[in-house]
Design a protein around this ligand. Structure first.
Ligand code: BGC
Length: 914
């Protein structure tokens, strides 16, 4: 086993397969066909065409109260292509005809909203528009057809674009379907939204995957053709001069070898995923809210833009490969690196990962490396863990996020995890490398080992399994020459691996003379574009878990709820009252230094600055007094008391330099380690002095809130909020911006209800099929906050769920529509979620339901929108361990749509695949 204490990371040492034809996705990164600005601003001219729907369901659900009131009549759709925002214009829907009683369906703001297309649109570089896209980016077109007319077609993709491309900053339909997000996302690919009005019969369609890495560039083939065997072998390893890594040369552990005689420089890389990792002096980069927070936005356009900006920052610093995104499934909230990934759901994970990759791999950006494949979800024993997993569980829950990332993002690289799977190290596990990634998925990128993950002397075994590049120095690959002599390895295996690596470099123009010669470097850190985007990530990602009326603090309080409009004195108290704070590069590596910005492991970032909660609130003073103190007694006399609770690297951080998995999920006994009095007791003592307590959970994933929640009038999961965290959180608390984030994981009431978390030793842990909401729902265990849950200052009512075709062909799409109304007094964004349930499944195992699509809609007070969501029937498949393939069951399934995974909040209907 590797010695993970070696100085590699020490301060001293180192310092929905789519609806569209993805035409431009053969994307040479140089080709950007990203004029999404032309899209999305559809005219909504033609709504109502799908109104003759089939089997809709009655019922409506009000998201806030959970009361379901029954019975909007169903039948036809209330679709209106009406452009009015008011939503009241059923009559405005000339075509729809089936105006519906009971549902104010008609107009929605989007179809004709000229803003819809603009914000996200344009080139990714344009992405300054945090604000703009918030407004414009409504997912769904007006009437279904309305949305489609501009979005899809103009998008250049294909028929079904929906309103997405430009305007839809949110989730496309996930599932296999439209990759997404509206954004100019995919290398010239205009992603469809969720609408599929062109497909009234739900018949067959041909999804096309994003293809960046194939076919192999002629330049790559030619270069490798000129290489001697030793050159090729060199290309497969991290930089080394004497067979050992020379740590004295900072950055060396983050370069693999080139071939000097062919003018191929060494290959520089840097970690993400909340910004470019600080390795070399001057490695300052934009520090975003962590991936878990961005997952809570369910906003693929946002994630596309974050990936894009990071890609440009990497490139500007002459880094050519970003070691991000993380798409490991969050099986248990205690995982040290939970903050780096996108939550517990494979579809959300895959869609977010793919959006990030598409953004990053645009021209001007760099290659991405999705990690850590696979089942890397405990940290203390990440070098020894040996989970036992069955085929179905592996494919559906753990490989699936990578598969979606590959099919909808096509990253240049996948990083292979430290751990074993079913008794074999991932780095030499052909069943999970070659067989799945290459043969099943047909992916053309290269497989790189996590740092020192490959086993010493196991060159042939690793390469024959599919590993291409060993980092940071050859240890397994020292045997390659002798393996060739011994006949355990063929030279074509070596040539193929070298070709995959060089191909990734030529695809991204790393070997173009003009790029190699350029010395131009620039930093986006601190630029307005970066500041706005970092703020947007937290504005959309923070999740309001509880509000007993204390929020908002500002002017909205006069119109919404009771609020605290008269708050004059706000006290920020507790040990974390000064967070977040930007660490210097020295502090970044300092044990026990708490920044509030996230882990000090490989995802560390030196931010240009960080706005603390105190500073953010101060900027809002307007006659208020903001105080800060470590002491609970400072709560005395304040109108409102804010208690930020932050974890540190030592609480939940990558397992070196003091990082570890969390020891439990509560805030009562151990965590945060730097709190002498733990938060439960502290919060209670503050509440005894002053009941107006707001708790900010500056934490990467779920904590149990049962024993202190009664002492807090409001709870916000801020996550690690990024460099603009203070500004964004203040805007949310005051109500300048509405909350819209929703949890990407489930918060239970008891830790015992989560799956087994075996994070010591190498004894095989059996990975159960169920985790997250799937597990809580199956076992009927009490949930405090469901996956997908998050409050708003508005309230939303769901009604009139319609299945647009009751029968869907196995190659077709399930198209549904639901009416969502803002029944509150302020505008807001609502994340609409679609789950599929399998009451008639004969598969060995199936969850009660699972997420298949989501989108974000912006609704003015009182406005309604008909939201369409689409799921390829293929995405309802389960992994059949007998046939070793995905099996679509031709039976009746349930479709459930609503504001979260909470079963009491979902409208349901049935559809049949046949
Ligand atoms: C981490 C990876 C990281 C690599 C290089 C490893 O320990 O697991 O996520 O990319 O180090 O820093």
């Amino acid at each position: 086993m590797k010695d993970r204490t070696k100085p590699r990371h020490s301060a001293a040492g180192l310092a929905v397969a789519g609806l569209l034809a993805f035409s431009a996705c053969s994307l040479q990164p140089k080709q950007a066909n990203l004029d999404a600005s032309a899209q999305g601003g559809s005219t909504g001219s033609d709504g109502g065409q799908v109104g003759t729907s089939v089997g809709g369901q009655g019922g409506s659900v009000t998201s806030s109260g959970g009361s379901s009131s029954g019975g909007s009549p169903m039948g036809g759709g209330p679709q209106g292509g009406a452009t009015s925002a008011g939503g009241s214009s059923v009559a405005g829907n000339p075509a729809g005809g089936n105006s519906l009683a009971g549902s104010p369906a008609g107009g929605n703001p989007v179809g004709g909203n000229p803003m819809a297309g603009t914000p996200a649109g344009g080139s990714p570089q344009a992405g300054t528009s945090a604000g703009g896209s918030r407004t414009g980016g409504v997912a769904m077109g007006g009437g279904p057809a309305g949305g489609n007319s501009a979005g899809g077609v103009a998008a250049g993709g294909g028929p079904a674009g929906g309103s997405s491309a430009g305007g839809n900053r949110s989730g496309g339909s996930l599932a296999g379907g439209n990759p997404a997000g509206g954004s100019p996302a995919g290398g010239g690919v205009a992603y469809g939204g969720n609408t599929a009005p062109d497909d009234p019969t739900c018949s067959a369609f041909t999804p096309t995957a994003v293809q960046t890495m194939t076919p192999v560039d002629a330049q790559a083939t030619s270069l490798v053709g000129q290489m001697a065997l030793t050159d090729k072998i060199n290309v497969l390893s991290g930089e080394h001069t004497t067979g050992a890594l020379v740590y004295a040369t900072a950055g060396m552990a983050f370069r693999s070898l080139g071939v000097a005689s062919l003018n191929i420089p060494n290959y520089p890389m840097r970690d993400g995923p909340r910004g470019m990792r600080n390795i070399m002096p001057g490695d300052v980069s934009t520090c975003f809210a962590v991936a878990e927070a961005r997952a809570a936005s369910f906003d693929l356009d946002l994630e596309y833009k974050v990936g894009n900006l990071q890609g440009r920052e990497m490139r500007a610093a002459k880094n050519e490969l970003a070691l991000a995104p993380v798409v490991n499934t969050l099986r248990h909230p205690r995982w040290a690196r939970a903050q780096e990934t996108y939550g517990e759901d494979p579809v959300l994970l895959g869609e977010m990962g793919a959006a990030y990759v598409r953004g990053m791999q645009q021209p001007g950006g760099c290659a991405a490396c999705a990690k850590h494949y696979v089942l890397n979800d405990t940290d203390n024993n990440r070098m020894q863990a040996d989970p036992t997993v069955d085929e179905q569980t592996l494919h559906e829950n753990y490989a699936r996020p990578f598969e979606i990332t590959v099919k909808k993002g096509d990253p240049a690289c996948i990083m292979v995890a430290y751990n074993m799977v079913n008794g074999t190290h991932c780095t030499e596990n052909k069943a999970i490398l070659g067989d799945i990634v290459r043969t099943q998925w047909g992916w053309g990128g290269f497989l790189l080992s996590d740092w020192s993950a490959a086993q010493a002397g196991h060159g042939a075994a690793s390469m024959n399994a599919g590993l291409d590049l060993e980092m940071p120095i050859p240890s397994a690959f020292t045997t390659l020459s002798s393996d060739l002599t011994a006949g355990t390895l063929t030279s074509s295996t070596i040539t193929d691996a070298a070709t995959r690596i060089i191909n990734a470099r030529t695809k991204f123009k790393d070997l173009d003379a003009s790029y190699m010669a350029s010395t131009a470097s620039f930093s986006l850190a601190g630029a307005q574009e970066a500041v706005d985007l970092a703020a947007r990530a937290e504005l959309e990602g923070a999740v309001l878990l509880k509000n007993d009326g204390i929020l908002p603090l500002g002017s909205l309080a006069t119109t919404v709820g009771s609020g605290s409009p008269n708050a004059k004195i706000i006290a920020i108290v507790g040990p974390d009252n000064n967070l977040p704070v930007a660490p210097t590069s020295t502090q970044n590596n300092q044990k026990n230094f708490v920044s509030g910005l996230g882990d000090r492991g490989s995802s560390q970032v030196v931010a240009p600055h960080a706005v603390s909660y105190f500073q953010g609130l101060q900027a809002h003073t307007g006659g208020l007094t903001i105080k800060q103190s470590a002491d609970a007694s400072a709560a005395q006399g304040a109108d409102v008391v804010i208690i930020p609770v932050s974890m540190a690297h030592e609480d939940e951080g990558e397992s070196y330099g003091g990082g570890a998995d969390r020891q439990n999920m509560n805030l009562t006994t151990i965590h945060p380690l730097h709190w002498t009095t733990k938060p439960t007791a502290f919060i209670q003592s503050v509440a005894a002095i002053n009941p107006n307590v707001i708790v900010l959970l500056n934490v990467g994933s779920a904590v149990i809130v049962e024993d202190w929640m009664a002492s807090a009038k409001a709870i916000v999961q801020t996550f690690y909020p990024g460099q603009e965290g203070g500004t964004a959180v203040a805007a949310l608390l005051f109500g300048d911006t509405n909350f819209s984030g929703k949890l990407p994981f489930t918060v239970g009431q008891n830790e015992a209800d989560y799956p087994q978390f075996q994070n010591s030793g190498s004894a095989a842990a059996t990975i159960d099929y169920y985790h997250g909401y799937r597990l809580f729902e199956k076992n009927a265990k009490p949930v405090r906050y469901w996956f997908g849950y998050g409050m708003s200052y508005a309230t939303y009512k769901y009604s009139n769920l319609q299945v647009l075709c009751s029968k869907v062909s196995p190659n077709g799409r399930l198209n549904v529509q639901v009416t969502v109304q803002n029944t509150g007094k302020v505008a807001g964004d609502e994340i609409v979620q679609l789950y599929v349930g399998y009451p008639n499944s004969t598969a060995p195992k199936r969850p009660v339901k699972e997420l298949k699509a989501f989108t974000r809609v912006t609704l003015a007070p009182g406005a309604s929108q008909n939201v369409q969501l689409s799921v390829p029937a293929k995405d309802t498949a389960y992994w059949n361990a007998t046939t070793h393939a995905w099996t679509v069951e031709s039976v009746a399934h349930t479709v459930l749509v609503g504001p979260s995974a909470d079963p009491t909040q979902l409208l349901s209907a049935t559809f049949t695949i046949q």
